[in-house]
Design a protein around this ligand. Structure first.
Ligand code: COA
Length: 238
């Protein structure tokens, strides 16, 4: 688990810390990162000791500046580059994790960066954050779940406007659109993310994962089905 090239994985006091670690290219998401993230997510999912996970980016400038454009350029076409990424259902795995996931976002959060953030349950951002989806400008659409996760978080009309205009969002607007839960001074971002993770990790793990399940799964159900889900989950908590 320790020999990753593009990710730092640490586990402390029931909390998993996943750091995207290619700061020299603004943590651009390449195939190696996909494979390593896939491995780490699988490990988190199966590890009962992990009660919450925090995702962050190394370096001063970015959480993640999107897909690695050099891989796009060496592949026969952007579409084939994307097809290779689909070989592993990393986004399905991400969204299936039972533990709460916190994203601590700073600097550039672009393309797959925003999509990783949207796979998390709680998004904290620093005041220097900038969100953008450049995909349509590159002749493609977001395919790391973003076309589905973004409208579920900020609503269809807002998601369409952000995606189709290619406009970037700064911290204030991201907060206003509810893309992020909280905006924090840059120097407080990681400590606040850690503080929240520790608080959640101190609660009963079954209550926490069931609460997450009730809300996340309930969002895709009718109210009646959602209440039924809640009743079943309530019955399964001590
Ligand atoms: N893929 C590969 N390399 C990337 C990258 C990406 N998505 N984003 C940044 N980098 C690299 C740059 O090429 C540069 O490398 P270099 O120092 O060897 O020249 C380094 O990261 C620093 O980036 P730089 O462009 O110098 O920083 P900046 O502050 O001037 O600009 C951005 C930052 C984010 C505006 C700019 O890097 C950018 O537009 N990146 C591409 C974003 C994108 O389209 N992502 C794809 C989404 S699908």
């Amino acid at each position: 688990m320790s020999d990753f090239e593009t990710i730092i994985y640490q586990k402390q006091h029931n909390i998993a810390y996943v750091t995207l670690n290619r700061p020299q290219v603004l943590n651009a998401y390449n195939l190696r990162m996909r494979d390593e993230l896939y491995e780490v997510l699988g490990a988190i999912k199966d590890d009962a000791d992990v009660r919450v996970a925090v995702f962050q980016g190394a370096g001063e400038k970015a959480f993640c500046a999107g897909a690695d454009l050099t891989e796009f350029l060496t592949a026969p076409s952007p579409l084939i580059a994307r097809q290779v990424r689909w070989e592993r259902d990393i986004w399905g795995l991400f969204l299936s994790l039972p533990q709460p996931l916190i994203a601590a976002l700073h600097g550039y959060v672009l393309g797959s960066g925003i999509e990783i953030a949207l796979c998390c349950d709680i998004r904290l951002a620093s005041d220097d954050v900038q969100f953008g989806l450049p995909e349509p400008q590159l002749g493609i659409i977001p395919a790391a779940g973003g076309s589905q996760t973004l409208p579920r978080v900020i609503g269809g009309a807002q998601a369409l406007e952000v995606l189709l205009s290619g406009r970037w969002l700064k911290a204030d607007e991201a907060r206003r659109l509810k893309l992020v839960n909280r905006v924090l001074p840059r120097e407080e971002l990681f400590t606040q993310a850690e503080r929240l993770a520790k608080r959640i990790a101190g609660f009963d793990p079954a209550a926490v994962t069931n609460a997450k399940q009730a809300i996340v799964r309930g969002l895709d159900l009718s109210l009646e089905q959602g209440l039924d889900l809640e009743a079943r989950l309530t019955g399964s908590v001590r």
